[in-house]
Design a protein around this ligand. Sequence first.
Ligand SMILES: [Zn+2]
Length: 171
Amino acid sequence: MSKYNLHYAGLKDGIHEFEYLLKQDFFDMFEHPLVQGANVLIHLTVTKSAVMVVLDIKVSGTVHVECHRCLEEFEMPLDMRKTIIVKTTGDDNEVDGDNIIRADNAHDIHLAQHLYDVVSLSIPLKVTHPDNASGGMGCNEETLRTIAKYMVKNEKQDDPRWDLLKKINNN
Ligand SMILES: [Zn+2]
C-alpha cells in the first residue's frame, strides 16, 4: 500500500499532478474488492499550501462488473470526481473525516483508502447495463427472456408445495 502514499512534505507549495493505474490487485487488498476486474485510471491533482493539501481525485477507466438485471458481465465506464481537503496544521474542529481530513502524519497522506472510496462511490449499488441509443434497456434481450422463462417455471414449481402445506395445515 505504501506505493499509494503521497509524500507531501517533499512537495513545493503549488500544483502537482499524479496518475495511478488501479488493477484488480489493488482492489484485492481490501476486504470487499468491489469488482471482478479493473482498469481504473486515477488522475490526482495536488494543491499544496502552508496549511493544507487539496486532493482533487478524478476517476476514469473501466471496471468489470455483473449486471443485476441480466447477470451478464460487462465493462462499466467510470466517471467520478471528489475533492478532499487534508489539513496539515491547525486544530481538528473542521475535520469531518470525509471531505476534510487530517494528514496521516507530518510527511505522508495515505491515499489507498481514499482512492478505493472514490471508486466505490462511482459504482452504483445495483449495477445495470447502460440504456441503449434508443433509450431502451441495454441488456442482452435474449438473456432477459431466458431469465423470465426460468422465473415463471420456478413459480409453477412452487405451487404443488403450497398445496401440500395447505393439506398438512388442514389435517
Ligand atoms: Zn444487463
